[in-house]
Ligand binder design. Structure first.
Ligand code: COA
Length: 343
């Protein structure tokens, strides 16, 4: 018998983790193929939340099976679209995934729910599996502003870079003389949390990324951002031993921070790199990155990935110079909540 054409849509809380597992496993495979990201720990975390019936979201059912899902995470006045996936979206031609009717049905339901939720005045979405453009017209029609972003990768394995001694040289830290004498590089410690949050808040003042993620706009938001990176496995598992700070020798004030998580056995992800505005252009960012690359390679990592907004040309140029290439272009979409909030 032919399958039904229009999927049935249900509240996410009406399905069990067991019903969801096959679809989540299919999605995890795509994360691995497309982004070298081992999504299994995120899958398990999500299944826990599903069991707890606490996530707002929707699923589609087709012929009795879960064929798609979406959910969001509410953070006070803001909702973040946590994920959206449908099997049929990824059987379409590359670049066309976001035009899938099931996916759009799910997202439309989620946005209607959020628009009707008292107190929610901002929605953010970054769906990395969907190439840039594929969801753009959907989000634009819903009133969102869309920002192109890049998922970049630097291959650390010499085998795939037989070309060059240059590569080896690039990945080693530049001589100490490169950072000014009054600064010193050291590993991250838990005691850096507050200083790093203050630096992040300062570094993103007036920055495009503060339009995409409003946490950057306040000190409290920057603390939450950091808390999520360091304590939760949603963006990989934080690696304190591969995270670095540059501080003022005399005062201990932070001048630059690079934070790193593990997203697969041999793949590290830079979750944050920033330098104090007053100290930019002195190769501190380049120093942090080349030092981290050299250490990661020594520890056996095969690749480093990161995401960056396309219009952040200083950072894109820094990454290109350091040997990163664009693996995927995707979109960040933002609705409302443009004004900075006290925090
Ligand atoms: C991006 C950032 C970390 C760069 O740090 P920095 O210490 O100023 O950068 P460096 O001096 O090490 O520059 C290294 C290379 O990056 C590129 N670069 C840095 N700033 C640039 C700028 N304003 N315009 C163009 N290229 C720039 C250049 O290629 C430069 O190499 P060069 O010195 O040989 O020209 C810093 O601008 C920053 O903190 N920005 C705000 C936070 C941010 O955007 N982080 C990245 C998010 S993905």
């Amino acid at each position: 018998m032919a399958g039904s054409l229009t999927p049935e849509i249900l509240d996410l809380r009406h399905v069990t983790a067991r019903q969801m597992r096959p679809l989540l496993e299919a999605e995890a495979q795509l994360w691995q193929q497309a982004l070298r990201w081992d999504y299994r720990s995120s899958t398990e975390l999500l299944l826990d939340y599903l069991n707890g019936r606490i996530l707002p979201g929707f699923v589609t059912l087709q012929d009795g099976e879960v064929s798609g899902f979406t959910f969001c995470v509410n953070e006070g006045h803001k909702a973040v679209v946590g994920d959206a996936f449908s099997r049929t979206a990824f059987s379409r031609a590359p670049g066309d995934e976001g035009r899938d009717a099931t996916l759009q049905l799910l997202l439309s339901h989620l946005l209607s729910l959020l628009r009707a939720t008292p107190g929610v005045d901002r929605i953010e979405a970054q769906l990395l599996l969907f190439p840039s453009g594929s969801l753009q017209s959907f989000f634009a029609a819903e009133g969102f502003t869309v920002f192109p972003r890049l998922f970049m990768e630097c291959d650390l394995s010499m085998r795939s870079n037989p070309a060059s001694r240059d590569f080896e040289a690039r990945s080693l830290p530049p001589p100490d003389a490169v950072i000014p004498e009054h600064l010193v590089l050291r590993r991250w410690t838990a005691a850096d949390f507050q200083g790093a949050a203050e630096l992040i808040h300062l570094a993103y003042t007036g920055h495009v990324d503060a339009r995409i993620n409003d946490q950057y706009r306040t000190l409290h938001g920057s603390q939450r951002f950091l808390h999520n990176i360091v304590r939760f496995p949603g963006c990989g598992v934080f690696q304190g031993s591969h995270s670095w700070v540059i501080e003022e020798r005399r005062t201990g004030a932070l001048a630059g921070v690079l934070l790193c998580s593990r997203v697969a056995d041999e793949v590290a992800h830079v979750t944050q790199l920033c330098v104090a505005p007053a100290l930019r252009g002195r190769r501190i960012g380049a120093y942090l990155l080349s030092n981290a690359s050299a250490q990661l390679r020594r520890a056996g990592y095969a690749a480093i990935t990161l995401t960056v907004s396309e219009e952040n040309t200083a950072a894109v140029q820094l990454y290109r110079t350091a040997g990163f290439h664009t693996r995927r272009r995707f979109d960040a979409a933002v609705l409302g909540g443009e004004q900075s909030r006290a925090g």
